[in-house]
Design a protein. Structure first.
Length: 255
């Protein structure tokens, strides 16, 4: 293959979709477009949507491609100690919560670090549960979003994660926001539609470029990346304006 000028490329990581998932995604896309429109317009629905979620853990040690961890030698024995690629089995990292709207990132100054959120509870929970999420909505997400939409005309959105759909969480959202993207018309596995996933990717890419030495350093770099994205208001608006286009593309592809 190399003789023909070909180069090796890694496959993109995408969601695994069964036929049932594909059908539900299409129905969801149609319902959302019908309710909120096919075009982004200032002051209308898509300009008022606030897309939120938790990130995956952003690690101090970035994920490595093991195929690149090679040492060139005539024999394995000749490689010596250079073949010892020690690394931590479980890399330290931070999980964050945040959102994006046409006006910027939510919260604008820094994301909410789950590790800091957990310290508000005794005993400290190992994972985010429904009560933590409900408290986050009422005491942190609500005020942060109100800063962008003081008239209360935002449209709140979160995905179908179990903690988002618990009784406590649904009640918290209902009591905090006047409008939300109806969970009944949202299908699972719609991460490729919402730009908060793009935000996570940008943050992770910027962090991976740094030589992170501690959790405190990691938080600083995450916050720096967050502020940089938030300051690019045009980028935030473009990403939000792309949602109806992504939904239409999903419908055309039938998945």
């Amino acid at each position: 293959m190399k003789r023909n000028g070909c180069k090796p490329y890694h496959k993109y990581r995408t969601q695994k979709l069964l036929d049932n998932h594909k059908w539900k995604r299409v129905q969801s896309a149609k319902a959302i477009l019908k309710k909120y429109g096919k075009e982004y317009r200032e002051g209308r629905s898509w300009a008022r949507l606030v897309n939120t979620d938790f990130s995956a853990k952003i690690k101090i040690t970035p994920s490595r491609n093991s195929k690149n961890d090679v040492v060139w030698a005539l024999l394995r024995g000749a490689g010596g100690d250079t073949l010892n690629g020690a690394q931590e089995k479980f890399s330290l990292g931070e999980m964050i919560w945040g959102g994006i709207c046409s006006k910027g990132l939510v919260p604008s100054h820094r994301p909410i670090f789950v590790s800091e959120l957990a310290k508000e509870y005794e005993p400290q929970p190992k994972t985010v549960d429904s009560k933590m999420y409900a408290d986050l909505i009422r005491h942190k997400a609500g005020p942060a979003i109100d800063a962008f939409y003081p008239n209360g005309d935002c449209i709140f959105q979160d995905d179908n994660a179990t903690i988002h759909r618990s009784r406590l969480s649904l009640k918290a959202v209902e009591e905090t926001f006047e409008n939300r993207l109806d969970p009944k018309i949202q299908a699972s596995k719609m991460a490729d539609i919402y730009p908060i996933e793009n935000v996570w990717s940008i943050v992770k890419t910027k962090v991976d470029e740094k030589n992170i030495t501690s959790l405190a350093h990691l938080k600083r770099e995450i916050t720096s990346a967050w502020k940089e994205i938030d300051q690019d208001k045009e980028l935030c608006k473009k990403m939000m304006a792309s949602i109806p286009k992504r939904l239409e593309s999903l419908i055309k592809k039938g998945k």
